[in-house]
Design a protein around this ligand. Structure first.
Ligand code: PLP
Length: 393
């Protein structure tokens, strides 16, 4: 056999294991130290009661022969696709239900979508970046170009007409920077993609954190996106589904190239390699869009948003430059005194027993930056804010 040697080109992911190792070592040498973790990107609040009820009811249906479900449609049950269709409709985005594909989360589809593209394509990703975009393309042997996201452009790079890219990754609100594109920024990318016969893979996993009505929550709010973009979304952060697994992907019918429909290709890919998301999970996901479901998830989202506000206010008071914190669960701060992100990590752990994520783990432009998240416990986040003020004030 011959192996896919591209795997040798993937950088080992030391980020979270190194953090865990450092925190464990610190805990051993400082027993009882009141360590607070603001590094996690996972949710901490449980599923909404309405989701649990819907899943329990679906499970009961599975126990009776008359209502039992075997294999479902690979692209998802109509009841969930219609609920998502209406969710977009509320924002005046008119989708065809055949454009909506239910997934087991955004991560799987962000990787799997690459089945549709030739390995000759040039891929453009921002630096810093959610590592999945880089690693999945490296596995396939594609050429990757990096575009600088930095303090000068507010970590929201715009297209450079001199660069020719075929596949472009955009994530807004962004992980790790929390930065959010406005309409003009996304329009510039949509125009670039249409002019260059490129496709935008738009990761909207954090759209539910956008509160400012002037900011786009979907790329399909932008004119022209139907012919150049695919959108990935998730119930993970919106409704606490990180362990339950459900998301959706929108592949417009108008997205065509060389006489081939990307929507038809994706349908063929999914019906060949995927057997759908469990019925019970899809019933739980659909409940998120009920009036009661929307109220309940808003409560959890408000909890995280308040944590983000507490941290943002602290950074404001300290005069520390940052992106995110508003319309996003992430805060991306500039390390004080020109410190490197790993040095700042050690300093925070040692002096304030706080854990965050060094920006260096997301790309070279993250070297002097640091990510905090709002997904932690409310009291612990307030305590962490107090410690930051004391240490850096
Ligand atoms: N996209 C981004 C930018 C993320 O940060 C994450 C998870 O942290 C995902 C996608 C994965 O989402 P899911 O849980 O739906 O696979």
């Amino acid at each position: 056999m011959n192996l896919n040697t591209n795997f040798q080109n993937i950088a080992d992911s030391y980020l979270f294991s190194t953090i865990a190792h450092k925190v464990a070592a610190f805990g051993e040498s400082h027993p009882g130290a009141p360590i607070i973790r603001l590094g996690i990107g996972d949710v901490t609040l449980p599923l909404a009661p309405v989701v649990i009820e819907a899943m329990q009811q679906a499970l009961c249906e599975m126990s009776v022969q008359k209502s039992f479900k075997g294999y479902g449609p690979e692209q998802g049950y109509l009841f969930l696709k219609e609920a998502i269709h209406n969710y977009y409709g509320e924002r005046k985005i008119c989708l065809n239900v055949d454009e909506i594909f239910i997934s087991d989360g955004a991560k799987s589809d962000l990787g799997n979508i690459l089945d549709l593209f030739s390995v000759d394509n040039t891929v453009l990703v921002p630096d810093p970046v959610y590592p999945v975009y880089v690693d999945t393309n490296t596995m396939a042997g594609r050429k990757i170009l990096f575009m600088d996201a930095n303090e000068d452009n507010g970590f929201l790079p715009l297209p450079d007409p001199s660069i020719k890219a075929d596949v472009i990754y955009l994530c807004s609100p962004n992980n790790p920077t929390g930065a959010v594109y406005d309409r003009a920024g996304l329009k510039a990318w949509v125009d670039y993609a249409n002019e260059n016969h490129a496709v935008i893979l738009f990761d909207a996993a954090y759209e539910c954190f956008i509160e400012d009505e002037n900011l786009p929550r979907s790329i399909f709010e932008i004119e022209g996106a139907q012919t150049c973009a695919i959108e990935f979304c998730s119930f993970s952060k919106m409704a606490g589904f990180t362990g339950t697994r459900c998301g959706w992907t929108i592949v417009p019918l108008a997205l065509q190239s060389e006489g081939m429909s990307l929507n038809k290709m994706w349908l063929r890919r999914q019906t060949t390699k995927f057997n759908g998301v469990p019925y019970v999970v899809q019933k739980g996901a659909a409940a998120v869009f009920s009036a009661q479901g929307q109220r309940q998830i808003e409560e959890s989202l408000a909890y995280y948003k308040e944590n983000a506000q507490v941290l943002a206010r602290t950074l404001d008071e300290l005069g520390i430059w940052y992106t995110g914190g508003k319309n996003s669960p992430y805060l991306w701060l500039k390390c004080p005194n020109d410190m490197d992100s790993w040095d700042f990590f050690d300093y925070l752990l040692e002096k304030a027993n706080l854990v965050g994520t060094p920006g260096a783990g997301f790309g070279k432009n993250g070297n002097k930056f640091f990510r905090l998240t709002a997904f932690g416990d409310k009291a612990a986040t307030r305590e962490a804010a107090g410690r930051l003020k004391k240490l850096l004030g």
